[in-house]
Write a protein that binds this ligand. Sequence first.
Ligand SMILES: Cc1cc2nc3c(=O)[nH]c(=O)nc-3n(C[C@H](O)[C@H](O)[C@H](O)COP(=O)(O)OP(=O)(O)OC[C@H]3O[C@@H](n4cnc5c(N)ncnc54)[C@H](O)[C@@H]3O)c2cc1C
Length: 478
Amino acid sequence: MAETIYDVAIIGGGPGGYTAAIRAGQWGLKTCLIEKDDKLGGTCLHVGCIPTKALLFNAEVYEHLKAAKEFGIEGVETPKLNWAAVQQRKNKIVTKHTKGLDFLMRKNKVTTVQGYGRLTGPAKDGVLTVEVFTEGGGGAAGENTFVKAKNVILATGSEAKMLPGLEADSRVLTNIEILSLNALPKSLVVVGAGAVGVEFASIYRSFDAEVTVLEALPRMVPLEDEEVSKELLRAFTKKGIACHVNTKVEKVEKTKTGIAVTFTPADGKQQKLEAEKILIAVGRAPRTDNIGLEKTKIKPERGFIKTNEWMQTGEPGVYAIGDIVLGMPQLAHVGSMQGIVAVAKIASKPAKPLNPQHIPNCTYCEPQIGSVGLSEAKAKEAGRKVNIGKFPFAANSKASILGAHEGFIKVVSDAQYGEILGVHIIGPSATELISEAVAAIELEATAEDLMFTIHAHPTLAEAMLDAMNSVYGVAINA
Ligand SMILES: Cc1cc2nc3c(=O)[nH]c(=O)nc-3n(C[C@H](O)[C@H](O)[C@H](O)COP(=O)(O)OP(=O)(O)OC[C@H]3O[C@@H](n4cnc5c(N)ncnc54)[C@H](O)[C@@H]3O)c2cc1C
């Protein structure tokens, strides 16, 4: 039987890899998707975006019930959380979408292979080979498979970093363990105030745990605009989340029932805190060891792979997408768009490279954060003269209806031509509202363009209109 040579083989079935596979199928490419786990979806679907957002929605509903009286609803003042049911609902959502991916692979005629993929080296006669280690493969239980393809896309993703000397277990948690706890912890320490850390802090605080956040850098969500960080600190403190920035974690020890953390906050006075669990959310390391890079021209930097704008690596025919790519934010929508760009290049279809300034950053804690483009500080560092507009949700009528008054929309615009350089939202539905700003920036819109774009009333989106108005000091509602 003639050997199959695929147009493209993809190693890794997370959002980067599965999106690339679907698009490759749509373009009529003979496609093979190799995934080591027994299910597609990667970090995002199984231990990332989807389960966290499911829990965040539970937290939101629970908070609404706690505040029911304010909305004139009585009899539900002391809602009780059924943790098993919460977990079940989350798992059901994940299972549904896992099945959905299997369906999409069949629909788009993608061959899926379960096993651990590793490049064997450069292409021979234009054909690359991926050795796939199947369960027990290479030994007793069976032969390894060799997948041959004209192009290979590496999409192996990332995993949580640990603090030195610690290992994840039932008390020291990463994003994996914390998503399937048997019972709700009464107290939780979160190390790291990036997106993952603050989302879990928000979830477990809503579920009534005592939560402490320890962050080494001088502010919460350190990649966001400074004013957003300040507002989050204020909102979290109000909710009873103890936040320590500029803080060094010295030691984590196991106690009889939990953990003890020794840390030094900004004032230099060492403290010790006991809690039931600790979440380590200090970033994610790319999974690029042991995938055969040493036999290629690809030289990873701190584990990350350098690509050009079409996601091509230094090795002809080999592309990299998703969390393993150097200098790009580790986000599902970045990986999936990179997959689409790489496949377009392979299929000689039109495509547009990703512009890092056009990538939305969303953090789904309460209050939510959505941002795109340059922060005020970054714009100034880049030598831009800027005008700033800022509009508080407190002055937006839909926010009053929702009882969600915290936060604001901040616009950074070019002082000379009014081009929108950045938009930073903290407040209700920030992760949805940011899409308008992403589209505006993608289309090189000015603040004036949006000032004359009609926004429906009453909506949260009107806060965007007024934030644009406020760039010129003419907000209608404040
Ligand atoms: C708690 C948490 C919440 C998050 N929330 C969001 C969010 O709300 N929005 C957002 O945009 N991003 C979010 N992220 C980030 C997002 O999950 C990642 O950016 C995204 O999953 C990266 O996609 P990927 O395809 O590069 O890799 P992954 O999703 O990590 O998938 C890689 C896949 O490759 C497989 N694999 C690895 N090595 C091999 C091999 N050698 N052979 C075969 N298969 C292999 C893995 O098993 C895995 O299935 C979150 C992350 C975490 C941890």
